[in-house]
Design a binder for this molecule. Structure first.
Ligand code: SAM
Length: 270
């Protein structure tokens, strides 16, 4: 009995540790978590539960649109768009035909198409696809937004590389996600919680600097917490863990200093 308990604890601990930053999904548990997470999103969207759970994030979406600095003619891409909630916060002056939304879950895409149609966007531009292999040519978009999706995409380094590939010169990428700051340590308890959240919705222990990779032409120019801006019970509980980040190509903006992914390193951008 003691031997069996010890063995189970050992296996659990090794999987918890192995799943951290397993972007290539080498472990059996990571691959299983991916499959279950996909089913989870199909279910959450088909039942309409997702929009209800995530309602309190609207102020952060509005803030993300501000950070994108949207111009009337901008070509915009939402990656991992889910059910289309970002259509609701796009400013009036943008060109609706220039907005694209991509998601891996077919049920999420169906929901996004419904919202797009209702709000006058092109439903044909809500597409099913993989953020790790975007179905677009180079340099197509001025502004790209990852709304709560970088923690759910299996290999976020690949996804950021793809976003950079399709980004036009002088473009901007904004990320809204639960992130671990540079130099912050991740407790064992948080690793355990992450073991379960990865099966349901996302990896909650990702760090932006690590996901971006040291070879990336992108640099972080803004990084802030959503603390105090999310609403609703769920939003209020989780708001200290979410971050809004802006990335640009270093070559496009040589005069702007690259910043670390740490709240205390950043002047708050209003
Ligand atoms: C936490 S949900 C966020 C949904 C939506 N963006 C929102 O803010 O409500 C994460 C989304 O990422 C999508 N996703 C996961 N892996 C993906 C991939 N490889 N490519 C594109 N989307 C992906 C999921 O289907 C899901 O809709």
């Amino acid at each position: 009995m003691i031997y069996r308990t010890f063995l189970i604890l050992f296996l659990f601990t090794s999987q918890v540790m192995a799943m951290g930053n397993d972007f290539e999904e080498t472990s059996y548990c990571s691959r299983a978590a991916r499959k279950v997470q996909n089913w989870s999103y199909q279910l959450l969207s088909a039942t309409g539960a997702w929009d209800y759970i995530i309602d309190g994030f609207k102020p952060a979406r509005v803030k993300a649109m501000d950070l994108l600095d949207l111009q009337p003619n901008d070509k915009i891409l939402f990656i991992g768009e889910g059910s289309g909630l970002d259509f609701e916060v796009l400013p009036e002056e943008i060109t609706k035909e220039h907005v694209w939304a991509l998601d891996y879950s077919s049920e999420m895409v169906k929901a996004a198409k419904r919202k797009a149609q209702l709000l006058g966007f092109s439903e044909d531009q809500c597409i099913a696809g993989d953020a790790q292999a975007l179905p677009f040519n180079e340099e197509k978009f001025d502004k790209i937004f990852f709304p709560l999706s970088l923690g759910s995409i299996p290999n976020p380094t690949l996804a950021l590389g793809e976003a950079e590939r399709v980004l036009l010169p002088n473009g901007k990428i904004v990320i809204l996600e639960k992130l671990v700051d540079d130099k912050a340590s991740i407790s064992y308890a948080r690793r355990c919680v992450n073991f379960f959240t990865r099966f349901i919705f996302a990896d909650i222990n990702r760090n932006l600097t690590q996901m971006k990779g040291s070879e990336s032409p992108l640099k972080i120019i803004n990084y802030e917490s959503t603390q105090g801006i999310l609403t609703g019970l769920f939003g209020k509980i989780v708001s200290p863990y979410y971050r809004l980040a802006v990335l640009v190509r270093d070559n496009d903006y040589p005069d702007i200093t690259a910043l670390e992914a740490r709240i205390d390193q950043h002047p708050k951008v209003e």
